[in-house]
Design a protein around this ligand. Structure first.
Ligand code: DON
Length: 314
């Protein structure tokens, strides 16, 4: 690892030693996306990056995985960068209290998703990114790859097989996008918007890369690598962290705030990014999920980290 090793390295080693014996016991790998169903559940990695740029990692922290809904954090960042407050005309900021792919609230709320982290919200964000990119003759997928590669300081790519697998089986997402379109809440053609969404979910990254990419969130928006250019302003960064805390883990958000007390964003690939403002960002990964769609060992790892270090926003 090129950056200086953080003093937290022994904590991460201890967490891996504690949790490794539990690998393969409980939880289920997401099976509704065929390409994810084949992932070996007995993997666990953890990495962090401090505000000072020190890094630490343990277990399978260099293994790339499908980041899935963790990508929603970065597309939201991109949309906030580009659109500022106009974004909130189309998307709410309240916890949904429902599963991430639920259709029920959308009808009552005239096609305006509750928040940018449920699937409907992230599809609406993708629509905004497609509009922004088209206005300058570009592509939202290219913009997403450029952001991720810049944040990590190394090339990041989509996993074409996972993106295809999602497109082939994403009936609920297709329904959500069409439903929003019927309310006039999606401006672009549904196919292009969903192609953007399926590909962002299919980004392949390791814990080390994700902890680094998210590091602007613990640095008031400063770019993870050299501080510049600023990724988001201080106020916008605070807002992203607030949304992660209240909406980042779906209907488990209350429990996560209670037991971990950190802004988190999870994905069904088993990754979770967590932020300790002004200190560090963490990424944990283990593919077996609990009933709410969050990584079972990932959540245990975050709880152990907070208990061991006393780092929490509360
Ligand atoms: O849209 C889907 O169902 C997946 N591509 C992403 C879902 C996801 O990761 C939700 N997170 N827990």
């Amino acid at each position: 690892m090129s950056s200086k090793t953080s003093k937290f390295q022994p904590v991460l080693d201890e967490i891996v030693a504690t949790l490794r014996p539990q690998l393969g016991q409980g939880g289920k790998v997401a099976s509704y996306i065929p390409a994810l169903a084949r992932v070996d559940a007995r993997q666990f990695g953890i990495a962090l990056r401090t505000c000072e740029g020190e890094e630490a990692g343990a277990g399978d922290f260099e293994t790339p995985f499908s980041i899935q809904s963790v990508s929603k954090l970065f597309t939201l960042t991109l949309a906030m960068q580009r659109m500022g407050d106009a974004l909130w005309e189309r998307i709410g900021r309240e916890p949904s209290g429902n599963p991430f792919n639920s259709l029920v609230q959308l009808e009552n709320e005239q096609g305006k998703p509750r928040n940018p982290f449920i699937n409907a919200g992230a599809i609406a964000v993708a629509d905004r990114l497609v509009s922004q990119a088209r206005a300058s003759g570009g592509s939202a997928k290219t913009d997403i790859l450029a952001l991720m590669s810049s944040l990590c300081g190394e090339p990041i790519a989509f996993d074409d097989e996972v993106a295809r697998s999602e497109a082939d089986t994403g009936f609920r997402n297709i329904a959500l996008a069409n439903f929003m379109k019927s309310f006039g809440k999606i401006d672009n053609d549904v196919e292009t918007v969903l192609d953007t969404y399926f590909n962002q979910c299919a980004l392949r990254m390791s814990c080390r890369q994700l902890a680094r990419a998210a590091a602007f969130l613990c640095r008031d928006g400063a770019h993870p690598i050299d501080g510049e250019p600023e990724v988001t302003g201080e106020r916008q960064t605070r807002r992203i962290n607030a949304l992660m805390l209240t909406c980042g883990t779906y209907d488990a958000a209350g429990d996560v705030a209670f037991s971990i007390g950190l802004p988190c964003k999870s994905g069904v690939g088993g990754g979770i990014v967590a932020v300790v403002p002004d200190r560090l960002t963490l990424c944990v990964w283990s593919p077996a999920l609990d009933a709410t769609g969050n990584s079972l060992l990932g959540m245990k790892a975050l709880e152990l980290f907070v208990t061991r270090t006393g780092l929490s926003v509360f």
